[in-house]
Design a protein around this ligand. Structure first.
Ligand code: CDP
Length: 229
């Protein structure tokens, strides 16, 4: 049977991952974080010391050699490899710095997409978050949501998430860093960040976390997608 899929796409720090996790938990779905797999592949390339510019074939070979994969875990999937892959390593600054360059490589995207589709079959009912989930990876998704928020709202959230001060200068630096990653993700030739024509757009700048989760759960229920609620 084909899996039931809810796709949540949007720019960096729009709250996709935490929202997707909460929506999945509420509906009895499994959460699948595609960005975490891009980060796993990037970590494989970085720890192998691959030189820049990165070549897709070398990056994929390193991901294979290190055994990067997705494994079902309670309520979600974890990124695994031959050694433990702590979340802190996936979110390390060096990974964040290189992930958009690696995610722009067509062969890497093909490799990641195959793993995501395989995981969705195992998961049966999944909430997948990323940049191209509704547009490229799962165009057949039963519900597609495009989350946005103003750059300043997103930068403020990211700083608070990291426990850092939200003074005007920090906010300016973080807003610029996010805008640079948005530009890289939106302007790349392969699978750029776009809103799928059939996606529901949700601007979360003025919504609380609970409100945005509830809106998506409502959309899912409205389409008869909830397993339990
Ligand atoms: O959480 P954050 O928005 O910072 O990023 P992420 O979801 O962990 O994804 C990290 C990077 O992977 C993004 O900046 C994109 O360059 C890339 N990515 C992508 O190209 N396509 C996806 N479906 C997911 C992530």
């Amino acid at each position: 049977m084909s899996p039931v899929i809810i796709a949540i796409d949007g720019p960096a720090a729009s709250g996709k991952s935490s929202t997707a996790r909460a929506v999945a938990a509420g509906l009895g779905f499994r959460h699948l974080d595609s960005g975490a797999l891009y980060r796993g592949v990037t970590l494989a390339a970085v720890r192998a010391g691959l030189p820049r510019p990165f070549y897709a074939a070398d990056v994929v070979a390193e991901a294979e050699r290190w055994g990067v994969d997705l494994r079902p875990r309670n309520g979600d999937f974890e990124v695994v490899a031959m050694e433990p892959v702590p979340d802190a390593s996936l979110r390390a600054a060096v990974v964040t710095e290189h992930v958009s360059e690696i995610a722009a490589l067509a062969e890497v995207r093909g490799w990641v997409n195959e793993h995501l589709r395989g995981a969705a079959l195992v998961g049966e009912a999944v909430v997948v978050d990323g940049r191209d989930i509704g547009s490229v990876v799962f165009p057949e998704a039963q519900l597609k949501v495009y989350l946005t928020a103003s750059p300043a709202a997103r930068a403020g959230r990211r700083l608070r998430q990291r426990g850092e001060a939200v003074d005007p200068e920090q906010l300016r630096v973080e807003t610029e860093a996010l805008a640079a990653r948005d530009r890289a993700d939106s302007s790349r030739a392969v699978a750029p960040l776009v809103q799928a024509p059939d996606a529901v757009a949700l601007d979360t700048s003025d919504l609380s976390f609970e409100e945005q989760v509830e809106r998506i759960r409502w959309l899912a229920r409205d389409r008869g997608l909830a397993i339990h609620d």
